[in-house]
Design a protein around this ligand. Sequence first.
Ligand code: GLA
Length: 348
Amino acid sequence: MRRPSGCAVPSHEAVRVRVRAHAPGRVNLIGDHTDYTGGLALPMAIDRGTSVLLERTGDRVVLESADEDEPAVVELGVSDPAHVTPPWARFVAGVVQEVRPSEGGVGWVRTDLPIGAGLASSAALEVALALALGFEGPPLELALACRRAEQAASGVPCGVMDQLASAAGVVGCALLIDCSTLAVTPVPLPEDMEVVVVHSGRQRSLSGSAYAERREQCEAAVALIGPLREADLADVATIDDPVLRRRARHVVSENARVTAFASALAGDDLAAAGGLMVESHRSLRDDFDVSTATLDELVDHLLRQPGVHGARLTGAGFGGCVVALAEAGALSEGWVVKATDGAGVEVV
Ligand code: GLA
């Protein structure tokens, strides 16, 4: 899809512009709870996502969603997204506050992403809506605006991975994101592998999780040993507090695993890549404490299936989805997801 160009829009006042924007969700292959300390992550935009159809008119944004009982009705001058109701309208309000469009709109939202499952459903809504409301700018600016919208809406101090993966996806590639420079490097995925997402069946909300506490713990570790991106395990060992030491050990080791995973993909070494995913899951479970018994059982179950190279929780944890790297056709459960391009919008 292309950005709408001015010449495609009839100038007659009575004709309303109608746009359709689509933003993919993402699955993170490796590198979780690293983005908010300037670390490395390796997500891919997926062929599941969120579409917004909007007819531009009026001085508020009115959206209905097939997944919600009540519509979102947001005034263009909204100033406190966190207190808008119903709760899903907070994300709409966060985006309106960021984009500040001169004109509102009426339309709908449709998604085939599970909500609250670690596949960046809220980021996909934000990115699609920002484009539908006329945001213009490169993918990084779009992602940063939508991250601010997410934080204003939810109060969760999230990193930028989800919005950046949705905005900057590249077909056939995972994205190596360096969260200290915000550089995005596409990493081609070998053709002889499948990425499979399996839902644990447990929904989670980051505002109801220990996400913010984990971020604070990482910042406390940074205060002791400096930027975790530059630290090594010897630095981590100097932290006296056992909890902060485990949190820092996860981040430092996870950054190293992301680099090793990207190299394994480049060398078509799927066994090595899968092994790194398993190590990542154990680190998220044992050092970062964001797994659950259900996620652990699901990972163990998937690892027992022939043709599965690796599996791990994906995203923030506390519930949601597991991602597996497998040979084609190895798994009959879950969804095979394909790496897609990032978000786009067109006049319809
Ligand atoms: C959520 C956040 C991201 C990232 C992941 C964990 O998805 O929105 O910024 O921190 O959790 O890797």
